[in-house]
Ligand binder design. Sequence first.
Ligand code: MN
Length: 128
Amino acid sequence: MSATILLVEDNAANRYLATFLLENSGFTVVHAHNGAEAVVAAQNEKPDLILMDIQMPEVDGYGAARRIKAEPHLAHIPLVAVTSFAMPGDREKALGAGFAGYLEKPILTDTFISEITRYLPPQEGTRP
Ligand code: MN
């Protein structure tokens, strides 16, 4: 069984590329388009990993991360921020909001999958 990844991204082009790379590697991808949708999707889909944009309408990535980490039955899901918003202090802010890690955009097609696989629970990695 392949791991399910919740991709939270409001930009269609970014969503398309990440989805293409993930599905090409055998992951099941479910989508949310803002932080509020992300919390609902995390509850409904029980993903193995959440990739989260930071700058989004409604509820941003920090707010969504805090809400997810506040839910006892969701708090174990690894959260990875994926953002172009890379200023000094952003990494610390992301880690403080509950993110396990932080990837910078634009995503690099050669290394994206190996980067995100590091955050999956070991038994949920890609399998042939
Ligand atoms: Mn965005």
